[in-house]
Structure formats: structure tokens, C-alpha cells
Design a protein. Structure first.
Length: 228
């Protein structure tokens, strides 16, 4: 079965550093270290990787090897290696279906001296899954006084999770062997994908059936860590 790469997982555009050689010619030096994967996380051997100099428009293309690694910049020397070499990229991707949600009726309909009882389900709860109406609120009705409702536990599926976290690291050696400096850039929900969370499942509530909260938007953390 042929795997088709539907969309890039991460697009990194890095300026190419141009340095003059002794004979007056110009050459490009740079490094891109990483691994090309498809949306399932599997490596994509032989994938074409394109780098564009945003200042000049110059384009450089290469291919990932059989392990999905990008072999650009492995033979760097001097200042180019010190600045652009040695970067590490890691990431965590999380796909999860929504948690089961239960609809509750207000008060003590069954007359047992406690709340938290369920209503009757009179139709399918499947709805449009929008902010204003995540499920079919007309599918529920209060139970008859003195009885328990027949709506099952977890009858509704809440919003799912589609989240990508990534981190970029580089170690900078210091003059003494005992010390080193690590630069770390962490991106949580790097694509800033809106992810709904809470849904009001209280029958009779003014916001019954609506999405009432969301998970965190993109968060970026930058850090320098002295290791010894």
C-alpha cells in the first residue's frame, strides 16, 4: 500500500549563511537536522525537502535518506557548525477521541434524597457538534416523578484532542569541560489548533448542550540551562 504525505508536519524556513572564500567565490553553509514523518508518525524515506532563503529567494532541495533523516549540514565546519550544527528536534503528538459525557437532571426526581440522577432519552443524542449545540438537546426529557431516567451513562462523546508539541534543543560547550549551556525552545500546541473541552450536560441549564471551555492555546517557552 502506498503512503501519501497529505501535508507537511513541520515547515522550517532557515536563512542560509553566505560566507566569502579566499578566492572571492560565495558558497552557502547551513544545517537542517530532523526526520521526515507522515501524520501517523512513520518515517518517509526519500522525501524531498526544500529550503528557501527568505532574503534572496534561493532554493535548495535535498532528499531524506532511508531512515527519514535529512542529511543537510553534516559536513559543516567552523562558524557554520558552531551556530547551525547540533540542533535536536523532538515532538509529542496526541490524538484522542472525546471522553464520554453523561446528562444529568436537576433535583431529586426519583425521591431518594439525593441528586445526580439521569433523565429519559427519547431520541438519538447525535448532534451537529458545534459550539452552540454539541449534541441533540431535544433527545432528553425529565423522568416521571418517582422514577429513574433511562439515559445511559456516557451517552455523549465530548470534544476530542488533536495536539502537537515540539521542542528544539542545542548544547553550547563552555570553556571549562565541567560546564555546558543548553538552549531550549518548547512549543505546546504549536499549530494553535482550537480544542474544545467542557460541555454543559445539565438538563434545564441555560447553556445545556453548549461548549463552555477550551484547552490551552499555543504556548512558547524559551530557556537557557546551565549544566554542570
Amino acid at each position: 500500500m502506498q503512503t501519501k504525505l497529505l501535508k507537511p508536519i513541520l515547515l522550517a524556513v532557515l536563512p542560509l549563511a553566505l560566507v566569502g572564500s579566499m578566492n572571492g567565490q560565495m558558497k552557502s553553509t547551513g544545517a537542517v537536522l530532523g526526520r521526515v514523518t507522515d501524520p501517523s508518525g512513520a518515517v518517509v524515506p526519500g522525501a524531498t525537502v526544500t529550503l528557501t532563503n527568505v532574503g534572496t529567494g534561493a532554493v535548495l532541495r535535498t532528499q531524506a535518506n532511508t531512515s527519514g533523516d535529512v542529511p543537510i549540514g553534516k559536513n559543516m565546519k567552523g562558524g557554520g557548525k558552531a551556530i547551525l550544527g547540533g540542533w535536536q528536534l523532538s515532538g509529542i503528538t496526541r490524538f484522542q477521541s472525546g471522553s464520554p459525557l453523561t446528562v444529568y437532571a436537576p433535583g431529586d426526581v426519583a425521591g431518594i434524597g439525593a441528586g445526580g440522577q439521569r433523565p429519559n432519552a427519547i431520541a438519538s443524542p447525535d448532534g451537529s457538534k458545534t459550539l452552540a449545540s454539541w449534541f441533540n438537546t431535544s433527545a432528553f426529557a425529565p423522568a416521571t416523578r418517582g422514577t429513574f431516567g433511562n439515559a445511559s451513562v456516557g451517552i455523549i462523546r465530548g470534544p476530542g484532542i488533536n495536539n502537537w508539541d515540539m521542542a528544539l534543543y542545542k548544547m553550547f560547550p563552555l570553556p571549562t569541560e565541567r560546564l555546558s549551556m543548553q538552549f531550549r525552545a518548547q512549543f505546546f500546541n504549536i499549530f494553535n489548533h482550537t480544542q474544545y473541552a467542557g460541555v454543559d450536560t445539565g438538563l434545564g441549564s441555560g447553556s445545556f448542550g453548549r461548549v463552555v471551555s477550551a484547552r490551552s492555546p499555543r504556548v512558547i517557552q524559551l530557556a537557557l540551562e546551565l549544566q554542570f
